[in-house]
Design a protein around this ligand. Structure first.
Ligand code: NAD
Ligand code: UDP
Length: 319
């Protein structure tokens, strides 16, 4: 007997989907997936951390429209009824959000509320991209969705962490009090093609440094851990969650955990060169460890990540 296929946007009727942050790394992959599935997509971005080249990929597509706007000031969409508002706009790399702390707080707060209002007005679903950063520097390992976190509310990462915690809170409030059909995902470190080379996150830094023959910039002693997810796995999880009425947060991440020194070894294997490391001070409030508990995603959308770090790096950088 064939297994019942898990519902996803691939099998749904054509949808009209508005995506904030469409010129960013994750947003651009969502645009691509939904257009390929026959849906209509409206992208919105102000390029604070995105790339015009990510919009150019779809500019001529007959089912894609782009609106250049800061969603913290409003989402100027006046078109036909939407089925989904997907709120992915926010600087996400620590150097970016620390360069724009007020804008990051605003897009998590005002931007999220503007998205919720738009979804409410269209009786559309609202999908929030939250983050593993809501767990802060976690005292529980791995991190299940039930963990409330350990966040410094005034530290250098607070503009991002507290913005996302507020975004989750207001999303639940609109669900509970106004009946909006919401989803919340907590994304763990994700990488893939179309990240900005100067993004500043560890995978892009290490790969580009290794390709240029430069030493890799390890912060601290490199014993801190992260768990890296390939973009295709994330997009598959998002697509499945849209089809399941589940409103509490869901972790989407790959539980394979690496120290930064182990990541150096993997990069060395992929690039094939001998790489050297140069050590810098650990940034303030840098979480010591991070690994998603993914039982909830397994249970409700039958999802597990399929791409290993080695495979994903080869695929992302064509190595
Ligand atoms: P990114 O910086 O590549 O993309 C974010 C996009 O949002 C950019 O194009 C930026 O210009 C746009 N944006 C920001 N503020 C805006 C505003 N006020 N109005 C309009 N557009 C605005 O980052 P990403 O990695 O693609 O992250 C996308 C989303 O996923 C973010 O919400 C981020 O918090 C979340 N997330 C990503 C990761 C990851 O590892 N990539 C992990 C956790 C959470
Ligand atoms: N990191 C590093 N070298 C770099 C960039 C980052 O050692 O060039 C470390 C950073 O201190 C953190 C981890 O890599 O411990 C992941 O950092 P990233 O900025 O990718 O994401 P985070 O999970 O901290 O938001």
């Amino acid at each position: 007997m064939p297994e019942t296929p898990v519902p996803s946007t691939a099998t749904s009727h054509p949808l009209r989907i508005l995506i904030t942050g469409s010129a960013g790394f994750v947003g651009s992959h969502l645009v691509e997936r939904f257009l390929n599935e026959g849906h209509t997509v409206i992208g919105v971005d102000n390029y604070i951390s995105g790339q015009v080249s990510n919009t150019d990929l779809f500019r001529d597509h007959p089912r894609f429209t782009f609106i250049e706007a800061d969603v913290s000031h409003g989402i100027p969409y006046t078109g036909e009824k939407l089925d989904w508002v997907m709120h992915f706009a926010s600087p996400a790399s620590p150097p970016h959000y620390q360069q724009f702390p007020v804008e990051t707080l605003m897009v998590g707060a005002q931007g999220t509320q503007n998205g919720l209002e738009l979804a409410h007005a269209h009786s559309a679903g609202f999908f929030l991209a939250s983050t593993s950063e809501v767990y802060g520097d976690p005292h529980v390992h791995p991190q299940p969705e039930t963990y409330w976190g350990n966040v410094n509310p005034i530290g250098v990462r607070s503009c991002y962490d507290e913005a996302k915690r507020y975004a989750e809170a207001i999303t639940m409030a609109y669900h509970r009090s106004r009946g909006v059909n919401t989803r919340i995902i907590r994304i763990f470190n994700t990488y893939g093609p179309r990240m900005r080379p100067d993004d500043g996150r560890v995978i892009t830094n290490f790969v580009h440094q290794a390709l240029r023959g430069e030493p890799l910039t390890v912060y601290g002693d490199g014993s801190q851990t992260r768990s890296f997810q390939y973009i295709d796995d994330l997009v598959e999880g998002i697509s499945r969650l849209m089809m399941v009425k589940y409103h509490d947060p869901v972790n989407l991440g790959n539980p394979d955990e690496f120290t930064m020194l182990e990541l150096v070894e993997v990069i060395q294997r992929v690039i094939g060169n001998n790489v050297e490391c140069v050590y810098y001070e650990i940034p303030l409030d840098d979480p010591r460890q991070r690994k998603p508990a993914i039982e909830k995603a397994k249970e409700i959308i039958d999802w597990v990540p399929e791409v290993s770090l080695l495979q994903g790096l080869k695929e992302a950088y064509k190595l």
